[in-house]
Write a protein that binds this ligand. Structure first.
Ligand code: MN
Length: 249
């Protein structure tokens, strides 16, 4: 099995290395990753400047672009053969609920899905990224369960979040739905040392809500969360109702 590993935290990230090691227990791994942190770049594609690629001594392809660029280049040009699966992560930080829409980690998996390749995004929901190495064994077992399935669903990616506990303390795996998140006080308006006003998005607190089967509830209860995601954003429940609106021009 040919496995492409990528991420959005950059090629030096601990989570990427842990995932590549875990994946090598399952198949032949190629790593194509951004040259720097690309978190929260979502599904952006670089169209307005050329992309450069270099190969490290370890054989990692390093791209000066986004996670989506990495998947496009890997599948279209860099790899000798099309991968059987794309793994993205392990992200340093959770990708739960609404955050999947901002995540570069999840977007790389989405790009693979668009290209018709099975894909899994994996994130560690703790703030202590330095412990991600300790998840390698659990990841190998989890990948065995997910990657080797002959019935891996088409047009669907799996969004996996590891809970912020020690791997020995994991309660199990739950299949979940996306929860909802609201940020509180996450926009700062201030003045820089030269007297110019600036704005800074980030920080603050977040509030979560969602059903008992939601992803954040699973992770906060010590379970690994696996959410199947598809890319069709159509709200099918409303197609009929909005079809009855008078939209005559
Ligand atoms: Mn990230």
């Amino acid at each position: 099995m040919r496995i492409l590993v990528t991420n959005d935290d950059g090629y030096l990230a601990r989570g990427l290395r842990t995932l590549a090691r875990a994946a090598s227990a399952i198949g032949e791994v190629s790593v194509v990753a951004p040259d720097r942190e690309q978190s929260a770049t979502s599904h952006s594609l670089t169209l307005h400047y050329p992309l450069r690629v270099r190969v490290t001594d370890e054989g990692v392809h390093v791209v000066d672009g986004t996670p989506t660029d990495c998947v496009v280049l890997a599948v279209g040009e860099l790899l000798p053969a099309r991968p059987d699966i794309v793994l993205s992560g392990v992200n340093h930080g959770a990708n739960l609920g609404d955050d999947v829409l901002y995540s570069g980690t999840v977007a790389a998996a989405m790009e693979a899905t668009i290209l018709g390749i099975p894909a899994i995004a994996i994130s560690y929901a703790g703030k202590d990224a330095e412990v991600i190495d300790s998840w390698e064994e659990v990841l190998v077992r989890l990948l065995h369960r997910l990657v080797l399935r002959p019935d891996f669903p088409a047009e669907t990616l799996l969004n996996v979040n590891l809970p912020p506990v020690r791997p020995e303390a994991v309660q199990g795996v739950r299949v979940t739905t996306l929860g909802r998140r609201a940020y509180v006080d996450s926009l700062t308006r201030a003045v820089d040392p030269s007297g110019r006003e600036y704005f800074w998005i980030g920080g603050g607190e977040s509030r979560w809500w969602g059903g008992p089967d939601s992803d954040f509830r699973a992770v906060h209860s010590g379970f690994i969360s696996v959410t199947p995601l598809h890319l069709d954003l159509t709200n099918y429940r409303l197609v009929e109702e909005i079809g009855r609106w008078d939209l005559s021009l």
